[in-house]
Design a protein around this ligand. Structure first.
Ligand code: MN
Length: 304
């Protein structure tokens, strides 16, 4: 494809639906058919809900493992309970951020809170870790307070990185080949948002309807912008909620299988075996939900 012809245009990508735990999600990343697997180091984006949850039924994602990535959980409605193999037990509410670093291995569960009943909606994002930290230590942070700023007729909350001059306290993998940013934007009019020309961007609409440089975007779509721009114009006639992701394009493709990011198939095979055999690499999550199991990687059946 001739990239130069699309440099300035907004590329509109349609999310596909998937089932995660008890919720239907709209998956904006990765987009295998469109060959848009990442935006910067962002390698996964699931818009969860809106769904009705009860005290005893929520995300209902049992203990499962991760390697080589950071999970970013951001709710716009409701509450959920995070538990992980580091011993963390944290209720996350709308407007708060959970950041979990997998490194060599962590496992976690996402459950009902035991008290919240109502609407649950949010986004779960993954950041691919770099070669330098992929085999490093796991970690977990919760941020109840994040910087907010007004940008024209929009208000933004900075989740990760630096957005229009405000910086999130959430720690990032500082050795990533790439810088990156993630922000929640609530818009009710017109907003001209400053961009970093070295970044590519994805604008994911969670609620409402916006125009990005004249292209209409609603829930279930992501507007992609190639590097080289220093601003974008967002317009909305109704109150709309967006997630803006950005980062320096990765030099090497991310290798993902199931819940793992790794360098090689051998690394994935090892992670799969560790989870299947429960050998301690992923620790133990104190959760009433059943462990999530999966079939072996597809390449193993070929090897017979
Ligand atoms: Mn997970």
């Amino acid at each position: 494809m001739d990239e130069s012809s699309t440099d300035r245009a907004v590329d509109v990508l349609t999310s596909h639906e998937a089932q995660v735990g008890s919720l239907t999600v709209r998956r904006a990343l990765p987009q295998r058919r469109r060959r848009r697997r990442t935006v910067g180091a962002w390698c996964f984006a699931d818009h969860m809900g809106p769904a009705d949850v009860t005290e005893g039924s929520g995300l209902d994602i049992g203990p499962h493992p991760h390697t080589g990535l950071q999970t970013v959980t951001w709710l716009i409605d409701g509450e959920a309970l995070h538990r992980d193999s580091l011993g963390s037990e944290q209720v996350i509410s709308a407007g708060q951020l959970n950041l979990m670093t997998a490194g060599y291995g962590v496992s976690h569960a996402e459950e009902a809170t035991g008290h919240y009943r109502g609407t649950l909606q949010g986004i779960q994002l993954w950041i691919a870790q770099s070669d330098a930290t992929r085999d490093g230590s796991p970690g977990f942070e919760h941020h109840a307070e994040l910087p907010r700023l007004e940008i024209g007729e929009a208000s933004a909350t900075v989740l990760i990185g630096d957005f229009n001059g405000a910086r999130s306290p959430a720690s990032r993998d500082t050795t990533l080949e790439t810088e990156l940013v993630g922000a929640d934007v609530r818009i009710h009019g017109t907003s001209r948002v400053a961009l970093d020309p070295t970044y590519e961007y994805g604008v994911i609409v969670l609620e409402g309807l916006i125009e990005l440089d004249g292209r209409e975007l609603g829930p279930g779509t992501m507007g992609y912008l190639a590097p080289g721009r220093d601003e974008m114009t967002l317009q909305s006639r109704e109150s709309s909620t967006l997630i803006v992701l950005g980062g320096v394009p990765l030099e090497h493709p991310v290798f993902m299988w199931w819940n793992f990011v790794a360098r090689t198939r051998a690394d994935i095979d090892a992670a799969y075996e560790s989870w299947r055999n429960n050998d301690g690499r992923f620790g133990k999550v104190d959760s009433p939900l059943a462990r999530v199991e999966t079939a072996a990687p597809y390449w193993r059946s070929r090897e017979g």
